[in-house]
Design a protein around this ligand. Structure first.
Ligand code: AMP
Ligand code: MN
Ligand code: MN
Ligand code: MN
Length: 279
């Protein structure tokens, strides 16, 4: 069995640690495999792969794609896909959708009297597709709120300011793209978001797995999703959703999943990177 953490963010999206720092942190744990799953980008992955050469850690290509399912935002984890034109086109489009959304959020904040410049937010995000955490950091820097948490509680988590569903693609459309690129598609942190009728619909439309282990899931959730996966021939995955924040620092390598060496995710690793060695 391989110990894996299949949900990790870096500075290539809204994480706080660079891909190399994440690899070094993960190498201190007893993980065998990590997947870098930044929001809507794979830019951090190659850097992580490079850093991992000095360690015994295996790094899997992943991404957490923002999609829309049943009119609501739905996060889809994709693993082991090829770096093909259709995937790259999708991720480029996601990045510009996120910029448009950031502009809309800044306009809502301006109506409340907060002066934030798009370029400041762009600079905070660096190469990353812009996420609400980048806007939150500027709100803190400018003294409009004391903490990131307060920024979400008071403003960025409010539907009227920041929660309009952006023009993301339909979940099932993205599942198809991931399959066409030879990858597997997994529903991220489902607890409290979808019922089993909805999950069945996704499964009937090609969904390959469910993220059973996640810090937002309690043991009853884990058990329910694990059972559902074994009853419906879905992959059961898990990860820490590590962002390098102080509060989730301790999750890296703690919220993990165990992969059989013949799990399709491991097989995809072998095919896509040829880097997996038996441990
Ligand atoms: P976005 O990708 O722009 O929709 O922003 C969502 C991201 O914001 C999540 O991936 C988390 O990293 C972060 N986030 C969401 N809710 C909170 C919160 N209440 N406090 C701090 N960070 C949050
Ligand atoms: Mn995030
Ligand atoms: Mn998510
Ligand atoms: Mn995530």
């Amino acid at each position: 069995m391989l110990k894996a953490d299949l949900h990790i963010h870096t500075t290539a999206s809204d994480g706080r640690l660079s891909p190399a720092q994440v690899v070094h942190a993960a190498a201190q744990t007893d993980l065998d495999v990590i997947a870098i799953t930044d929001h809507d980008t794979i830019d951090g992955y190659l850097e992580a792969l490079d850093a991992a050469r000095q360690t015994s850690l295996q790094v899997l290509r992943g991404v957490e794609i923002s999609t829309v399912f049943a009119g609501r935002e739905c996060h889809l984890l994709a693993y082991g896909f090829e770096d093909n034109d259709a995937m790259n086109r999708l991720l480029r489009r996601q990045k510009s959708r996120r910029s448009e959304r950031a502009r809309a959020i800044l306009a809502s904040l301006a109506r409340l009297g907060f002066e934030l410049d798009f370029e400041e937010v762009r600079a905070e995000a660096g190469r990353a597709p812009i996420g609400r955490p980048h806007i939150a950091r500027i709100l803190v820097k400018k003294g409009y709120v004391a903490t990131i948490r307060e920024a979400f509680l008071r403003y960025l988590g409010k539907r009227e300011i920041a929660m309009q569903v952006p023009a993301y693609p339909e979940t099932t459309e993205v599942v198809q793209l991931v399959h066409n690129a030879g990858g597997v598609a997994v529903l991220a942190h489902p607890a409290g978001r979808y019922n089993f009728i909805e999950i069945k619909h996704l499964k009937d439309n090609g969904l390959d797995g469910i993220e059973c282990y996640h810090p937002s899931h309690n043991s009853a959730h884990r058990q329910r999703y694990m059972e559902y996966c074994s009853d419906h021939e879905l992959l059961a995955t898990g990860g820490s959703d590590f962002h390098g924040n102080v509060h989730d620092y301790y999750n890296l390598g703690v919220v993990l999943c165990r992969l059989e060496p013949d799990s399709p995710i491991v097989q995809h690793m072998v095919h896509s990177e040829g880097v997996l060695t038996e441990t």
